[in-house]
Design a protein around this ligand. Sequence first.
Ligand code: PLP
Length: 376
Amino acid sequence: KLPGSYLFSTVGKKVKAYSEAHPDKKVIRLGIGDVTQPLVPAIIKAMHEAVDEMGNADTFHGYAPDLGYEFLRSAMAKNDYQDRGCDIKADEIFISDGAKCDSGNIQEIFAKDNKIAVCDPVYPVYFDTNVMAGRRIKFISANEGNGFLPMPTEDDKADLIYICSPNNPTGAVFEHEKLKAWVDYANKNGAVLIFDAAYEAFIGDNNLPHSIFEIEGSRDCAIEICSLSKTAGFTGVRCGYTIIPKTLKRKGMCLNDMWVRNRTTKTNGVSYIVQRGAAAVFSEEGQRQVKENLAVYRGNAKTLMKAFDNCGIWYCGGENAPYIWFKCPNNMTSWECFDLLLNEKQIIGTPGVGFGKCGEGYFRLSSFGDTEETKE
Ligand code: PLP
């Protein structure tokens, strides 16, 4: 029942074929979802020191605590949650090797016959992992009409609903009121929201929520999954975190306890060195430095947005997200647009239809590319 994953392999094959036929042409890569800025000095210093500790009998660390070191869990609880007014404690945070694993594994604590809803277009992990588990999945349509921010309707009744904001692939961001509607809906219907906040660091200086736990009532219906991949360039280092409030219960069962049981069975956690590097992200110096890196991507997004404004092409994202999602001009399909950009302008992007049916006719560009190439 699981369709093949052809999106990035087809993109790769087309680019390879083009480059082989035109070895003299330079291609500009704006399809990437990976970061390009190196780790900042505060993180490197913390990881070097941790490596040295590992080489000394007095400071050596063996297995890390299954759910994460206290120094990291409390730094996250304070900086990412309590400082934003969220009532989240360190023992409600689980450290992991990334948001992909957590967003794929979290469905294991839910019943096989639970009904799942995902938005279309979608980060494919939510859909694929539930198909692998044998569940049926309903799509909630995101489109230009709803600004790619679908709201709950009675038709969308599901036990488990995945929401990603800032969104991959559309870059759309839910405002407070709209998230409140999802929280109210989940509480009314006994549903659980899985909120993916992997791109929260791209939200600018405004009132948009970084976390579902900024919304009243969310402690009774939401799980949040977050990551340092895009926040601090950890795509190759690996560190994510999942938050399950102890107040989140279904049929008398505490979901935090269930995830503790799941994680302590299946993982021995994340290395001490990585967790020390992660904790440095939340230091004053670390925050200042990672923000400088984020500013590079923000600048790239601005460059792209200005170009689309000048062309009068509809798009969303870019403002508070690293992705720009534009409408292919002249009624082109996503793949027609891909071929045109590659063959005529040597620009690589990602066809929207690869993220779901509702993505047809749209196209994703990323601000993670090289700044000079983005300007070009
Ligand atoms: N969630 C979303 C929405 C993503 O786009 C990505 C990566 O692109 C991830 C999670 C994965 O993050 P990580 O690198 O922490 O596994």
